[in-house]
Design a protein around this ligand. Structure first.
Ligand SMILES: [Zn+2]
Length: 97
């Protein structure tokens, strides 16, 4: 593999890691927001429990789908697993950072 290719891989990995980080923050905020709506129905009006539970599930499903799409090795496109900061791909051995 040429130097330019491995540079592309590390750059693409950084983009994916940034996107993943934003998705984690967004998912946590949304889940907390829904939990707050649940607790402070006096402030935000009455939402049915079913609606809020459904909203939580939607957020989690969206996050899982996004992760499945985003959290892949730039070189071999395999899922990178639970490590949020891998040095290299466990599947193909590409250096990621
Ligand atoms: Zn790989």
């Amino acid at each position: 593999m040429s130097r330019k290719d491995s540079q592309k891989i590390t750059q693409n990995f950084m983009v994916r890691r940034t996107r993943q980080f934003i998705a984690i923050v967004a998912a946590v905020i949304l889940v907390l927001l829904v939990a707050m709506l649940y607790k402070r129905s006096d402030l935000f009006g009455e939402f049915s429990k079913n609606t809020l539970a459904f909203a939580q599930i939607l957020v989690i499903l969206a996050f899982i789908n996004f992760t499945a799409f985003n959290w892949r090795c730039p070189a071999c496109k395999k899922y990178m697993g639970n490590d949020v900061n891998p040095r290299g791909c466990k599947k193909c051995g590409a250096r990621l950072q």
